[in-house]
Design a binder for this molecule. Sequence first.
Ligand code: NDP
Ligand code: 2IT
Length: 443
Amino acid sequence: MSYTQEALKALIEKNPNQPEFHQAATEVLESLEPVVEQNPQYEKNGILERLTEPDRIIMFRVPWVDDQGKVRVNKGYRIQFNNAIGPYKGGIRLHPSVNLSILKFLGFEQIFKNSLTGLPIGGAKGGSDFDPKGKSDREVMAFCQSFISELYKYIGADIDVPAGDIGTGAREIGYMFGQFKRLTNSYEGVLTGKGLTYGGSLARKEATGFGLVYFAQEMLASRGESFSGKTVVVSGSGNVATYAAQKATELGGKVVAMCDSTGWIYDPEGVDLAAIKQIKEVERKRLSEYKNYRPASEYHTDGVIWDVPCDIALPCATQNELHLDHAKTLIKNGVIAVAEGANMPTTPDATIELQNNGILFAPGKASNAGGVATSALEMSQNSQRLSWTFEEVDAKLKQIMVGIYRNADAAAEKYGHKGNYVVGANIAGFLKVADAMVAQGVV
Ligand code: NDP
Ligand code: 2IT
């Protein structure tokens, strides 16, 4: 049995009942086979065993009081996975589905994603099974303050810098930052995605979606294609989806469908993004409201968004949302590219189906890295006590995404998988971290 197979087998045995973590680790470790074979120092230094075991997992109780005066208790987590190349960095997910397996898959992928950005950030992820939906601002504040009252001991600008993810946006980051500042009496860049009046970076809000489209643009260009005149389907209608749809539209694409967890809209004229922002960002309502803005559009709660014919599909909602059947439908309908805005939205069999049919496929850990890259730019601005213009940050983001594309492409080619960006991204992300770990000794 090869070193990668042995490491994977041990990981699955040691971490039972963590299917999402197994899924993410299997993909990465299988991609690394040729690299590990050619570089015996990685096995000698136990790199795979150390990379797949988090540095530490912090788990805690998050008690808070709801608007009826009732005490509620949620689970809180922070997984500090690896800090070989920089302070721990990664988002906080607030969603009822959050568990250890999901956060470990996210924290593990974050190591490679952060490495791909070329910036000095390690991998982490955190979150809670708290559901912000339907909660008042005061309830969300009570939760966030309680969450940070425990987590503040373990984070800091040079230690671990959390940020947004599903269910965590500017409002939540604001409450968390306020509580951290109060408890520590220090004003530091301990969180990213902050409001623009207190240390946030211009273009961070847009960064993941814009970066996704910049990556997809490069990938399309490799076949002489572009967004211009293309029909685009974007799943989700949150932070990543909205700004991916905006940039795709700016580049001449037509976004005809988006969704949330209760249904999906079809608007053949092209989705009205001002309406989406009003419904989701301002009013925090459901997409069923969209019909009020565009009476000619359709709203569906049955079927799936992937049934809508498109040239480019951008899954931007959540993990394992695009299955084998969906991939087959997309192929039948003539899709040319699938680029992941979410983390691991495409199941492994669907990914293989798309690749085997010659569809351009961008893996999330490369194509959605613009969010965390811009978080790292926010950290730089905080350290310098400066703030850069939107144009400066956006230009850096674009340069970073082009760099990631080129690195992933080159690594895939070097190891005999030209055009396979999954393998390329995994290898390119791994090498920097693995070499840093070897250099730093057994820690
Ligand atoms: P948001 O909370 O802003 O939006 C999530 C969107 O996905 C919402 O529209 C939500 O619908 C929808 N959604 C969630 N679960 C499901 C589901 N089971 N079925 C259908 N729709 C669903 O999160 P983000 O946009 O920040 O995150 C989206 C994805 O992108 C996640 O995978 C995240 O990890 C990843 N990501 C985020 C980055 C960031 O900077 N924010 C950076 C890189 C990756 P509803 O409104 O009904 O909940
Ligand atoms: O999955 C991700 O990369 C994020 N949620 C963003 C993390 C960050 O630190 O900006």
